[in-house]
Design a protein around this ligand. Structure first.
Ligand SMILES: CC[C@H](C(=O)O)C(=O)SCCNC(=O)CCNC(=O)[C@H](O)C(C)(C)COP(=O)(O)OP(=O)(O)OC[C@H]1O[C@@H](n2cnc3c(N)ncnc32)[C@H](O)[C@@H]1OP(=O)(O)O
Ligand SMILES: [Co+2]
Length: 132
């Protein structure tokens, strides 16, 4: 497992892209919408990991709800795994609670699942695996 990306909830991808490209000294390498999740994402490479800026694309998006309650900030940590089905089985067996146990298409050529923050010390964890 490695930290694949850190997801940061932002109100305006335009403004945050300006800020993060200045901060990191590099441009994003892609912007991508994931309509099922109601998000638009922007990715920055940072060594072996990435920063994923996430903006809500509709009102009922998890990102809109999060920003309403907590404001902008770190929204999730994504662990990159080799075999997502094996990791789901291992973590389920260890008592962790998943939001859904079925991997779905995420951004940046990944399949993803999320663990509920209630079972992970209040941190939303994403598991992601490169699509084959
Ligand atoms: C997939 C595309 C992209 C990628 O990398 O490929 C992304 O990462 S998109 C990221 C956006 N998608 C998601 O966040 C999907 C998973 N999240 C969810 O299903 C929901 O947000 C969920 C279940 C975590 C919360 O939804 P719910 O409707 O239950 O919202 P509430 O506001 O009622 O929250 C309940 C409870 O959870 C706490 N919460 C919510 N979000 C987070 C968070 N990001 N980190 C930590 N805690 C969170 C919230 O504060 C509530 O706690 P409570 O103590 O009850 O007030
Ligand atoms: Co993510």
């Amino acid at each position: 497992m490695k930290i694949e990306h850190i997801g940061i909830a932002v109100k305006s991808l335009g403004l945050s892209d300006e800020l993060f490209s200045k901060l990191l000294g590099t441009e994003n390498y892609k912007q991508e919408s994931v309509e099922r999740e109601g998000v638009t994402t922007s990715f920055y490479q940072l060594g072996e990991s990435k920063i994923e800026l996430v903006e809500a694309s509709r009102e009922e998006s998890p990102i809109a709800k999060f920003i309403d309650k907590k404001g902008e900030g770190i929204h999730h940590i994504a662990f990159g795994v080799e075999n997502i089905l094996e990791e789901i089985a291992r973590l389920k067996n260890a008592g962790f609670q998943f939001i859904s146990e079925e991997p779905k298409d995420g951004a940046d050529n990944k399949i993803v699942v999320f663990l509920h923050p209630k079972s992970t010390n209040g941190v939303l964890i994403e598991l992601c695996q490169e699509k084959k």
